[in-house]
Design a protein around this ligand. Structure first.
Ligand SMILES: Cc1cc2nc3c(=O)[nH]c(=O)nc-3n(C[C@H](O)[C@H](O)[C@H](O)COP(=O)(O)OP(=O)(O)OC[C@H]3O[C@@H](n4cnc5c(N)ncnc54)[C@H](O)[C@@H]3O)c2cc1C
Length: 544
């Protein structure tokens, strides 16, 4: 059996090495247009500032090492230019030798990845992008002597590049068309990272685009001019599907290559995976583009299984992702409140802000978590987290819980490892379960931060149940202070539609119980002042 693979990074090399482990007799040829194979593109931003100082550390394999261990015939600097499905062959061109060649296949694997979206504005050709090692070399060279940079696009790559340019002392403006950085988070959940970037000297320009690029500056769509020795285009990626299109393979509505659950394209002898293909979203049932390394690797492996005759299917994708910058971490899995709304999926949100580990053990940091669940069944639909510590493990637990089909109440019973330096006897995950349980059983009716203004305008009374000291540091306009310990003395004064809030929601829950026992109509502001403040700060940032 002869298998030809186009693209020698995540999906392509996962397929090649797995296939070798399954079939010692298969002939495996990999064509890679670039100079390097199997490189760590996720590490590229950190090479720019020498956080990863050794370039070789990014080069995980070489054609020689792959031949030695796996007998995989890797041809670098060789671009596949056409597929002839009738003769089951590909044409390729070696950019170093100038040689053109043809290779036949029994199975063809397309793992061509995605291309950075070009900045289509006057002067756009000046913008650098970051996809491969050669791009990283170019960007690193451009930073020498540079004082200013504009990064277009505040997605994962744009933020990582901005952080690393700041490490080099370069003034950075991060330009984002949308109303917040990282559009795959809800605004109140990404605000702490936005604030962190700003405090570290990243100038974030929201709601604007680059209109044109001049020799040492860019002009923004609002007319502002920003100095820019370097311009980086990080406005997202588009599936690199030109080969597939020319070969007449089916392209999905998303622009990604269509594949079935076994990663077969519309031609059963051609399989595809990675950033070039669309994936089935687990929670929406829609086809979607999720350009992430973990999915590229696992679907690469799966293609080898399918070719080797193993019965298997790709599991739909959640889109679990994480980013860290300047010590702040944000992670997401499944649906956000925004994406659930767009998909027409009813979702109840809860927010908690516990410590990353027991408060009495040094170094505990606030970890802010939000989960979404089906208000009827409790089934978990999504989670987001932000903080300086402990975010990664909580989101990974929640991603696992969503995959397992757990309800929010199942989180109460998860038995998670605990010692004071790692967590709490009631881990933040269990805490989410308790809050969800109270919401599911209508023990504590809640109100979201973005619903508060409407409730107040309709006559609701807002009671701040924190202490006077806390209130002095920051208060929600229109609130009346009655600390929770004094609430029972004021029951006679409180009537009508009541909303209570505390710092994070916990004392608000106690206050809700006291007021409900007294026959009052009351809701607790979910996530308390902390969530409300983050949401309002995010909105204020958008308005500039
Ligand atoms: C800077 C950066 C940081 C990232 N960080 C993360 C992260 O932290 N976490 C995460 O999950 N994901 C991250 N990603 C995304 C992740 O790298 C991709 O999802 C993953 O690499 C996709 O794998 P792939 O095999 O589909 O494509 P790629 O890794 O892009 O590989 C495709 C290869 O195909 C080659 N090719 C294309 N056309 C041809 C042709 N006609 N002939 C021969 N060769 C061809 C290309 O040269 C390329 O090397 C990052 C990406 C970048 C660029």
């Amino acid at each position: 059996m002869k298998v030809v693979i186009v693209g020698g990074v995540a999906a392509g090399m996962s397929a090649a090495t797995r296939l070798r482990r399954l079939r010692e007799d298969a002939e495996i040829v990999v064509f890679e247009a670039g100079e390097h194979v199997s490189y760590a593109n996720c590490g590229l931003p950190y090479f720019i500032s020498d956080v990863i100082a050794m370039r070789e550390a990014l080069l995980l394999q070489t054609p020689e090492s792959l031949w030695r261990r796996f007998r995989i015939d890797v041809r670098v600097n060789t671009r596949v230019t056409a597929i002839d499905r009738d003769s089951k062959s590909v044409s390729a061109f070696n950019s170093i030798t100038g040689e053109s060649l043809t290779e036949t296949y029994d199975y063809l694997i397309l793992a061509t990845g995605a291309k950075p979206r070009a900045l289509e504005v006057p002067g756009g050709e000046r913008a650098l992008s970051l996809r491969d090692v050669a791009d990283a070399d170019t960007l690193k060279a451009a930073t020498v002597g540079a004082k200013t940079a504009v990064v277009a696009g505040a997605g994962f790559v744009g933020i990582e590049v901005a952080e690393n340019l700041r490490h080099l002392g370069i003034e950075v403006t991060l330009v984002q068309r949308g109303s917040q950085i990282l559009s795959n988070f809800d605004p109140e959940m990404i605000e702490p990272l936005q604030a962190k970037l700003v405090s570290e000297g990243v100038d974030i320009a929201l709601g604007v685009e680059i209109a044109s690029i001049e020799s040492n500056a860019v002009t923004l769509s609002d007319g502002r001019t920003v100095m820019a020795d370097i311009v980086i285009a990080a406005t997202g990626v588009v599936p690199d599907n030109s080969l597939a299109v020319s070969a007449g393979l089916r392209i999905g509505k998303t622009g990604g290559l269509w594949v079935d659950a076994q990663q077969r394209t519309s031609d059963p002898n051609i399989l595809a995976a990675g950033d070039a293909v669309e994936k089935l979203g687990e929670l929406t049932g829609d086809q979607t583009l999720i350009p992430l390394a973990n999915l590229a690797n696992r679907h690469g492996r799966l293609m080898a299984d399918v070719i080797a005759g193993i019965e298997t299917e790709a599991h739909p994708a959640l889109g679990t992702a994480i980013i860290g910058a300047f010590g702040m971490v944000a992670a997401v899995t499944g649906l956000t409140e925004n994406s659930a709304r767009k998909a027409g999926i009813e979702a109840q949100a809860i927010h908690v802000h516990p410590g990353s580990h027991a408060g009495y053990y040094p170094g505990s940091k606030r970890v802010s978590l939000k989960v979404l669940f089906d208000p009827q069944t409790g089934r978990l639909l999504g989670a987001q987290g932000v903080g300086e510590d402990g975010v990664d493990k909580r989101i990974d637990v929640l991603a696992t819980a969503i995959r397992a089909g757990f309800t929010v109440e199942d989180l109460m019973d998860l038995e998670l490892s605990y010692a004071p330096q790692f967590g709490s006897a009631k881990d933040p995950i269990n805490h989410l379960g308790y809050v969800g349980n109270n919401v599911m059983n209508a023990v504590t009716p809640t109100l979201q931060w973005h619903e508060l203004d409407t409730a107040l305008a309709s006559g609701a009374q807002l009671i701040d149940v924190r202490t006077e000291r806390e209130q002095k540091i920051g208060a929600i306009p229109g609130s009346r202070l009655i600390p929770v310990d004094e609430l029972r003395d004021h029951l006679g004064e409180l009537d009508g539609d009541l909303v209570v809030h505390c710092a994070v929601g916990q004392r608000g829950h106690i206050a809700t119980q006291i007021l409900r026992s007294a026959g009052k109509s009351v809701r607790n502001l979910d996530g308390g002042y902390a969530t409300w403040k983050s949401g309002k700060d995010a909105l204020a940032r958008t308005k500039g």
